[in-house]
Design a protein around this ligand. Structure first.
Ligand code: FES
Length: 93
């Protein structure tokens, strides 16, 4: 499946912050797909189930003064979201 097929349903981008950098990612998609959008090759090669079984796709999202771990394949990116840490199981440059 190429990038156009994966992301062709998106008609707009949103801005989220990943590890201190503002990045444009597709609206209405999971955080994991957004990471894949930004780094297609590395994220695609990560050994992940993509369906909520392995729990290896955690990222940490800032909530007030705290961080909350979420399963990135099951959590949609929201405008303004701040991702402060990414599981080392996700290959993301
Ligand atoms: S990729 Fe396996 S639980 Fe998200």
């Amino acid at each position: 499946m190429d990038q156009a097929e994966i992301f062709d349903q998106h008609d707009r981008l949103i801005t989220i912050n990943i590890l201190g950098r503002d990045r444009k990612v597709p609206a209405n998609d999971s955080i994991l797909r957004c990471l894949q959008f930004l780094d297609m090759e590395s994220v695609s090669e990560s050994e992940l189930c993509w369906n909520g079984d392995c729990l290896d796709c955690q990222v940490w999202v800032k909530q007030g003064d705290k961080e909350k771990a979420v399963i990135s394949c099951r959590t949609n990116a929201e405008p303004g979201m701040e991702i402060t840490r990414i599981s080392d199981k996700i290959r993301f440059e």
